[in-house]
Design a protein around this ligand. Sequence first.
Ligand code: HEC
Ligand code: HEC
Length: 255
Amino acid sequence: MFQPTSKKILLTVLTACFVVQSGLVYSDDVDIELSEEAVRGRKLFHQYSCQVCHQLWGQGGFLGPDLTNAGSRVDEARLSSLLTYGSGQMPALHMSAGEIAALRAFLTEIDRPDIGRGELRLGDPSAGTTPQAAFETAIEAATPPPPVAVGFEAFRSGICSACHFPFQLSPVLAPDLSTAVERLDDAALRDVLVAGRPEKGMPPPVPAFGDDELEGVIAYFHWLNENRAQLRAGTNQRLSERDVAWSRLPWWEYK
Ligand code: HEC
Ligand code: HEC
């Protein structure tokens, strides 16, 4: 199919791509330089397969918590106890004092929030990385009054946020609901919340909202509108705190 010269050109192009790609991968600046002790700790981290259960910068297993910032969270006594006797599903590893010190050095030196933050995946509601999770955490932080909280829960337990995104028109053209009360009065809102607008892509909510939930969702929309600026700022701040400059992360596994 190909002429010999086009084969050569193709091969040259592919080889060039490979060389450039490899160059880019290996020339990434790494901002963390480990001490000798910490390098020993890193080795132990691999030998004991800590990463099977724990993440660093979000990479790894999920049985245990992310350890990216464990250096500042877990004190010496607790780390030593964990690595000796274990805890819950963390196995007893009976490590020596030297090994514990090396792992402590490793965990302390990689704990650099300016470079990357890990996420606690277990039991921490602020752990999500999506705009929706950041938005919901901002709402909880603003402690909505009881009727509003009922509406928020009703809204959140439905599939509403699959189509409605915070503070923007979503790809399926579902509007930002924090401005719904500027477009619709309560009666019109009630109509949409009961019957949907199937012809426009808004399905009737299933299961239907109960009376309290219906009034709660409407109260929630009013509250969202009144607190819009604050909630928006809170959401953006939570999102920016999670920004990770991927190219600056030291990819220990691949060096
Ligand atoms: C079989 C899975 C598993 C392995 C392997 C494992 N851990 Fe754990 N680890 C856990 C679990 C589960 C917890 C949570 C235990 C608890 O809170 O009671 C935990 C907790 C921890 C904590 C406390 C974290 C915090 O934020 O409180 C540290 C530190 C830790 N492990 C370090 C390590 C190191 C270092 C290794 C490797 C030498 C390792 N773990 C290997 C499952 C594991
Ligand atoms: C399948 C996607 C989808 C789902 C799921 C969905 N909506 Fe909608 N929704 C839409 C679309 C699209 C519109 C815009 C319809 C239009 O243009 O008239 C809309 C409009 C609305 C409106 C009117 C807003 C306005 O300003 O005109 C409200 C209120 C609303 N939805 C609430 C909800 C609630 C509450 C839920 C969860 C029970 C929900 N939606 C679930 C797609 C969806």
